[in-house]
Write a protein that binds this ligand. Structure first.
Ligand code: ADP
Length: 542
């Protein structure tokens, strides 16, 4: 016997129509590429998204066609999120931080039809326009007054003109909720990038889960500033969550420095934000060196790489901003776990809170986790035994776009390539990426712990721990450190800093000071580059 409830497909357009009807006056504020602050509402967003849908139809974009963007976080990008997917086409967010050769490769692989881009990305578009095979039109996301002249880009169109020329009346089509909605490529630090093709259903389910109190805890009372880019896993889903709950959204555009972000936090009454640790370093440095405080910020989601406990302490103890440590990946839409405490942890002291919060957290409903050994056997949740993290759920990739890389699943689970432990309360902690683990005499040393300790030293601005060759142990940890400009510290002082904080044999064998640590297109440390750079490094213990 079937239930007798309405059949309504879970479509992205329903998020927008909900926001328009129930939160029409709620604001969306953007710092534009043009430099000014722009204000709009969900009502206006919905009308302009319908114009986008009409403009796409007028240019021959059909159901399932890929429409690419190269854009910062802003209201026009959000109009495309809804206009493109709502109409049944697939929004492909290209990452402008990639090398133009990679952008060409990815756009060709995706067979993008049209590219919408922010003014500031004109140089990239000029570099790729004559090389991409399928893009027929290039649309600058600006008005006529700001349109650039470019002899290198054929068929250069103006976004505001496209929208003015069409009606704001459009009936969002109803179709199978399993239809593709958006496409995002993994950064491909090894091998070719692979496309992850989200569906309307996976996106809407992810939206429900992301908004939950023990996940990102979003509501109509929030003013949310996503620092995480809309070109990186859909800004962790926040543009969708915004519509679902009717939160105010504040978009920073290209201005991601501490000063610009802080100004927006204060002027727009931001209560919640989200981003990778490297961004927060700039913000904290600005706030602390100018003796500022946050008047409305209550919490920030930190993920993408491990959040060093020292950063958590700074936010929570000095600024009264709660840190929500989260884990996810492109293949997971991206939300997998969020670290919110249960009563058992809350009953403990603040040091224990911090110890738990430095874990990546508990699975949100919809995601199941396990850790396995090299033979695929499930390992115990004892907080000690580490193994590869496997996940499954309705917003986790089942196969890559065009079948790239073959079937990724093992017995119905997606192997994440992360190494983790899970404790008896279900808190998962990433100890490393499988390819970054340091294998010392057959035992594994997790680099994240070693980096977190180094980051707690006042003189350290960035720290990476990598495997260096050792004739007896195969690999031993080498700590690469970027010093803060106004601090001094020696190799010996840093090594002594590990005393008592970690098993003696985990202590790095050596420290090298460097001016920079290479970061990838999504702000993560490129450890394979560091390993290459230090492949001939001779450890003093060797
Ligand atoms: P890519 O895999 O293409 O670099 P993703 O953004 O999908 O890009 O990265 C996902 C990976 O980032 C995870 O597999 C994990 O290694 C790392 N990661 C994400 N969040 C965290 C976190 N909170 N702590 C540690 N590592 C994290």
């Amino acid at each position: 016997m079937n239930g007798q409830m309405m059949q309504q497909p879970l479509l992205i357009s329903t998020l927008l129509t909900h926001a328009e009807r129930h939160h029409g006056e709620q604001e969306i504020v953007s710092r534009r590429v043009e430099g000014d602050i722009h204000r709009t509402t969900y009502r206006e967003l919905a009308a302009r998204a319908r114009r986008v849908a009409n403009a796409l139809a007028q240019r021959g974009v059909k159901f399932g066609d890929r429409v690419a963007t190269l854009a910062w976080n802003g209201y026009r990008h959000m109009e495309l999120y809804y206009g493109v997917s709502g109409a049944g086409a697939v929004l492909h967010t290209l990452n402008p931080r990639l090398h133009p050769d990679q952008v060409v490769w990815i756009a060709d692989h995706a067979e993008d039809e049209i590219l919408f881009f922010d003014l500031s990305f004109l140089p990239i578009v000029e570099a790729i326009a004559s090389r991409v095979k399928t893009i027929k039109a290039f649309v600058v996301m600006t008005d006529r007054a700001h349109m650039p002249a470019s002899s290198k880009v054929p068929n250069l169109l103006c976004y505001e003109e496209l929208l003015t020329d069409v009606s704001d009346r459009f009936e969002w089509p109803r179709f199978d909720e399993n239809s593709a909605s958006s496409l995002c490529y993994t950064s491909g630090t090894t091998g070719d990038p692979k496309g992850v093709l989200y569906s309307h259903r996976s996106t809407v389910l992810h939206t429900y889960a992301a908004a939950l109190p023990d996940a990102l805890n979003c509501s109509a009372r929030d003013s949310i500033l996503p620092v995480v880019p809309m070109f990186h896993v859909n800004a962790w889903g926040l543009p969708y969550v915004g519509c679902a709950v009717g939160a105010k959204l504040v978009y920073p555009g290209p201005f991601l420095d501490g000063k610009s972000l802080y100004e927006l936090f204060e002027s727009e009454g931001v209560t919640m934000s989200a981003g990778v640790p490297t961004v927060w370093q700039g913000l904290l440095a600005h706030v602390e060196s100018n003796d500022l405080s946050f008047s409305t910020m209550r919490r920030t989601v930190i993920g993408g790489s491990a959040c060093p406990p020292a950063m958590m302490r700074a936010f929570q103890e000095r600024h009264d901003v709660q840190v929500l440590h989260a884990w996810g990946m492109t293949e997971v839409s991206p939300l997998g776990t969020v670290c919110t405490l249960k009563p058992a942890q809350l009953a403990l002291g603040s040091e224990e809170h911090l110890a738990t919060q430095s874990k990546q957290g508990r699975a949100v409903f919809g995601v199941d986790l396990k850790i396995v050994d090299g033979d695929g056997n499930e390992l115990p949740w004892d907080g000690k035994t580490s193994g590869e993290l496997m996940v499954r759920g309705p917003w986790i990739v089942a196969s890559y776009f065009k079948g790239a890389g073959g079937d990724p699943l093992v017995d119905g689970w997606f192997p994440t390539g992360d190494v983790a432990v899970i404790d008896a309360d279900g808190f998962m902690q990433i100890t490393d990426r499988a390819k970054d683990v340091i294998k010392s005499g057959g035992e594994w040393i997790g680099s994240i712990d070693l980096e977190n300790i180094a980051m707690a030293h006042p003189a350290v601005s960035m720290a990476a721990c990598i495997a260096a060759f050792h004739p007896k142990w195969d690999e031993r940890p080498l700590l690469v450190v970027v010093k803060k400009s106004d601090f001094e510290v020696t190799r010996e002082e840093l090594l002594a800093f590990y005393d008592g904080k970690i098993a003696k044999w985990w202590t790095p064998d050596d420290v090298v000071f460097s001016d920079t640590i290479p970061l990838g297109a999504t702000g993560k440390m490129l450890k394979h580059r560091l390993r290459e750079q230090f492949k001939d490094h001779r450890l003093p213990t060797a």
